[in-house]
Design a protein around this ligand. Structure first.
Ligand SMILES: Nc1ncnc2c1ncn2[C@@H]1O[C@H](COP(=O)(O)OP(=O)(O)OP(=O)(O)O)[C@@H](O)[C@H]1O
Length: 320
């Protein structure tokens, strides 16, 4: 195994269903040990890409490899896959289902039962060990499924919306569990619509749009690509024109400025004061991923023509 070789490698991937082109030349890779956020609006092709990577779909064109090979059972790394469509045997007890999958994944019966009991305790389901799966709530079933997914300590975890449908407390618990796998050295590729999960867990991300990568890189790189730094300004006076920023939102005595890459916050403040602006509040912040997501998929261009996107309005509300 070549440690420098990415664990997941996708190059010029195309996927078409009938006349419908879903993916049109997608390329990315996932390095060993990194947590990779696979992001995109509903229907943008995330699940399709995962299915092609795992050999469930045959790609129309392109290369999709895990560990240097097209996926097959002996591709050479332990995989934990949490599919979008959850599927557990519903009429069996939780413990029976978990230990059955444990055996399938190569654990001894004793280890599978022990692991299952420990996991159920961790996710506050000890009292449900002997309950039939179909008597559990949706969130409880999902916890069990995540337990099954990680039970053989996978080196590669592919998680399709792992925290979908969870309340905030359980979402945090699930993120803790994923983070532990990451800290244990696992490579994680996860689909999520929760930007706070991305900011907490992901080393790099990709944003899929129209079958291609709209953005790809570390969170900081993507933030920079979309006008990295913003200043929220409370002021009176008239804002001078400046090569160092663009005004993306303006109201009475309040503005948001998007800084140019080379601009320095302190210099911008000095520039404002020298121009006679009375500065009452000056907060420098990175653009949130949620704001970027809405710009890419929602009211694209809204922030550029000076009208506020909902996210920009939210940013402003929080900042004031
Ligand atoms: N087997 C299939 N046959 C025809 N069309 C399909 C098939 N699988 C997926 N699609 C289409 O491909 C597009 C992408 O679907 P996909 O499930 O990959 O999106 P997604 O990004 O995972 O969405 P979501 O965030 O809603 O889960 C959709 O328009 C979907 O209808």
């Amino acid at each position: 195994m070549d440690a420098a070789q990415p664990l997941i490698y996708v190059h010029d991937f195309h996927m078409q269903f009938g006349a419908k082109k879903v993916i049109e030349g997608l390329s990315f890779d996932v390095a060993r040990g990194e947590t990779f956020g696979f992001l995109g609006s509903n229907g943008s092709g995330k699940t399709t890409t995962i299915r092609a990577l795992l050999g469930i779909y045959r790609p129309t064109a392109g290369t999709l490899e895990i560990n240097g090979k097209v996926f097959s059972d002996d591709y050479g790394a332990r995989l934990g896959y949490l599919p979008e469509e959850r599927g557990l045997y519903k009429k069996e007890s939780v413990l029976d289902v978990m230990s059955y999958f444990g055996r399938l994944k190569g654990l001894s019966k004793q280890d599978a039962v022990e692991y299952s009991r420990q996991f159920l305790e961790r996710v506050d389901l000890s009292d449900k060990a002997d309950v039939r799966v179909d008597k559990l709530s949706g969130g409880e079933q999902q916890k069990v499924q995540l337990g099954v997914t990680i039970m053989n300590e996978p080196e590669l975890l592919i998680l399709d919306e792992p925290t979908k449908g969870f309340d905030p407390v359980n979402r945090r618990l699930l993120m803790d569990i994923i983070e532990e796998r990451k800290e244990a050295g696992a490579t994680v590729m996860m689909v999520t619509h929760q930007m706070e999960e991305v900011e907490r867990l992901c080393d790099r991300i990709i944003l899929l749009k129209n079958g291609r990568a709209e953005a790809y890189g570390t969170i900081a790189e993507v933030q920079n690509q979309f006008g990295g730094r913003t200043i929220r300004l409370k002021y009176s006076g008239v804002l001078p024109r400046s090569p160092h920023y663009a005004v993306v939102l303006q109201e009475t005595n309040y503005a948001e400025l998007s800084l140019e890459d080379s601009a320095d916050e302190a210099e911008v403040l000095k520039e404002l004061v020298l121009a006679g602006v009375v500065v009452r509040g000056f907060v420098a912040a990175k653009r949130s991923l949620e704001d970027i997501f809405i710009q890419v998929y929602g009211e694209a261009g809204g922030a550029q023509d000076g009208t506020a996107t909902p996210a920009a309005r939210g940013l402003r509300r929080k900042g004031r």
